[in-house]
Design a protein around this ligand. Structure first.
Ligand code: NAP
Length: 278
């Protein structure tokens, strides 16, 4: 960024009004006394390419990308990180001074940092992971669990074909298990993650029986509305350490904020409260 230009960043998606990112980044900008702005922008699919051309000219140093543009921006970027290419989607763009657009995906990073912060002695190598769900979020979770050395991933999804497709892509560390059998694969797992939308406010309840959970497991729900889901409450009642999904949202934002605004922000109780405030 140049000395005399106030850097702009933001998030593009459609719809975008629900996004917590403007509140989060604006809080960090204020907290660290950085002159900059973070703006939500509703962008239609047809306008995406044109918007990406114009934003750098307006002083944008980068943007976050959310539904429905996360996949399409990969094809519009000049440089794509390995992890974004592997996931097939980007959530962060950096507009470089040389005019090139750099695409990254920090969802997996956010997921891992959240578990490390929420359960400091969590060891992903200590045993198999069970992952519920095979949608967009599951891709980032699988890629990051493989990266940090999970020995085996038991993957289960209502629509088995989607899980089979992920196995074909990510390889033999993944064992696909039928959704009706999901309650029977928990006892050896040391990491258990719900990446489905089950249990989210307004969505059906998570009904897979969890009584087979190993009390030594670290259990994480990507759903964060409500913050304490039934999935987490049941796991906690069995004695598991539980980590809610809000931290993933907060941690995935830190590398982008640092790249755009030059300061690595902290994720702490104050940050959580700012995002949770009504
Ligand atoms: P997605 O691509 O639409 O995938 C949805 C997943 O939920 C699929 O596995 C789907 O199974 C499953 N599902 C939906 N309804 C179901 C039902 N009635 N019974 C069984 N399975 C069902 O969504 P996504 O982007 O992966 O997001 C999934 C969840 O993660 C959402 O709640 C999202 O808010 C949350 N998330 C949180 C963060 C965070 O930072 N904490 C980040 C990303 C996502 P099928 O394949 O059978 O449809």
């Amino acid at each position: 960024m140049t000395q005399n230009k106030i850097p702009l960043a933001g998030v593009i998606g459609s719809p975008i009004a629900h996004s917590k990112s403007p509140r989060l980044h604006s809080h960090w900008l204020k907290r660290y006394g950085i002159a900059g702005h973070y703006i939500p922008m509703d962008v239609a699919r047809n306008d995406l390419a044109q918007v990406l051309e114009v934003l750098p000219k307006l002083g944008f140093v980068g943007i976050n990308v959310t539904i429905p543009h996360k996949e399409e921006v990969i094809g519009l970027a000049d440089l794509v990180t390995d992890r974004a290419a592997l996931i097939g989607a980007a959530n962060t763009l950096i507009f470089r001074k040389d005019g090139k657009i750099h695409a990254d995906n920090t969802d997996g990073y956010g997921f891992i940092e959240n578990l490390r912060q929420g359960a400091p002695d969590w060891d992903p190598k200590s045993g198999p992971a069970v992952i519920f769900g095979a949608g967009g979020a599951a891709r980032a979770i699988i890629a990051s669990m493989i990266e940090v050395g999970a020995p085996k991933i038991l993957l289960t999804n209502r629509t088995r074909a989607r899980a089979d497709a992920l196995r074909a892509e990510f390889g033999s560390k993944i064992n696909v298990v039928d959704w009706v059998q999901a309650g029977n694969i928990l006892e050896d797992a040391t990491t258990v993650v719900n990446t489905t939308s089950l249990g989210m406010s307004g969505q059906p309840a998570f009904r897979v029986p969890l009584d087979g959970l190993n009390p030594a497991a670290v259990v994480n729900d990507l759903v964060y509305t409500p913050l304490r889901t039934e999935f987490l409450e049941t796991a906690a009642s069995i004695g598991c350490r539980t980590v809610d999904g809000l931290g993933m949202l907060l941690h995935q934002a830190t590398p982008a904020f640092e790249r755009w605004f030059g300061h690595r922000p902290d994720v702490d109780e104050e940050t959580r409260n700012v995002v949770l405030a009504p």
